[in-house]
Design a protein. Structure first.
Length: 306
């Protein structure tokens, strides 16, 4: 099923036709509140009532015109202003290929640098998303450079990549802030762990590595981006044993997934964020979310029922 869903995410014909179908639009609402920033802001206001913070991400990737990247950067500047205006505990998460990485890496860094400066004036953060393995080196290079100049920038890393522990060791000198995900791209076995158990084991090992680094002062923020509450409980216990305050090991879950668990964690004092995605380029992102966790398929099918 995972292979089929990841194939569907890359298929041009499906990407052009499926999003037009009403039942598909209905299913995707399980994972995103709407296509507009205003929809995402309404969802963030609801999260605030439950003591849950928000991370905003505009869907899109691999732009083909630098002018489009400039518009995306300007949009994220508006998001930062809205976060401040509304008094939200909100952050932004950006994809480098949406900021022009395929076209001009230096211009892309300039966008990240400017957004970090902007976020600092509003008291918030910028996260750099990790994309497919073809972009791993360039993404780490960009983040490392930004982290040497800004303390309010974090990086998303993928636990299923075999190289991830070495990448983190490279970054520890800049005291990185890391959001750890399992990984949702179709990578070959030579570079990525395959199978649920292997990926879970990799996630647990990298999480522990990060928490140990945090306890030693070699990592700043540690964010576990997973819906697996068993893994979360396991890593929180490890953090407690190492003397890391409970609120310093953060958890991020997707909007609409395990909402009850998000509220429970927030009530228990765990810093909890909901990742709120929006925008009209949602099809490949949505298919990867289905592939990432089999239970998501069940959620999607249930949403089709009256």
């Amino acid at each position: 099923m995972r292979r089929i869903l990841l194939w569907a995410a890359r298929n041009r014909w499906l990407r052009e036709h499926l999003p037009r179908m009403r039942f598909v639009k209905r299913a995707v609402r399980r994972f995103m509140p709407g296509e507009e920033l205003s929809d995402a802001l309404v969802a963030a206001e609801a999260y605030r009532g439950d003591g849950i913070a928000s991370t905003f991400t505009l869907l899109g990737e691999n732009l083909t015109a630098i002018a489009d990247a400039d518009r995306v950067a300007a949009h994220y500047g508006d998001v930062l202003d809205e976060i401040a205006k509304r008094g939200l505990d909100g952050e932004i998460s950006v994809k480098l290929t949406q900021l022009g990485l395929d076209l001009d890496p230096e211009a892309t860094f300039a966008h990240v640098d400017a957004l970090c400066h902007h976020a600092a004036t509003t008291g918030t953060w910028v996260w750099v998303d990790m994309e497919g393995s073809a972009y791993t080196d360039a993404t780490i290079d960009c983040y490392e450079r930004a982290a040497r100049e800004h303390r309010n920038v974090g990086l998303c890393v993928q636990a299923y990549l075999r190289r991830t522990p070495d990448d983190l060791r490279r970054l520890f000198p800049v005291t990185p802030s890391i959001r750890l995900v399992k990984g949702a791209y179709d990578e070959p076995p030579a570079i990525a762990w395959r199978g649920v158990r292997a990926v879970d084991a990799a996630f647990a090992a990298v999480s522990t590595m990060l928490i140990e680094a945090q306890a030693a002062g070699r990592a700043a923020r540690v964010v576990l981006a997973t819906h697996d509450t068993n893994l979360i409980a396991q890593e929180l216990a490890i953090g407690a044993a190492l003397g890391v305050p409970r609120e310093r090991i953060e958890v991020t879950m997707l909007y609409g997934i395990r909402s009850g668990e998000q509220r429970r964690l927030a009530k228990e004092g765990v810093t909890t964020r909901g990742l709120i995605a929006y925008g009209d380029y949602w099809y490949p992102w949505y298919m990867r979310r289905l592939a990432e966790r089999p239970a998501n398929v069940v959620f999607a099918l249930r949403s089709l029922l009256p």
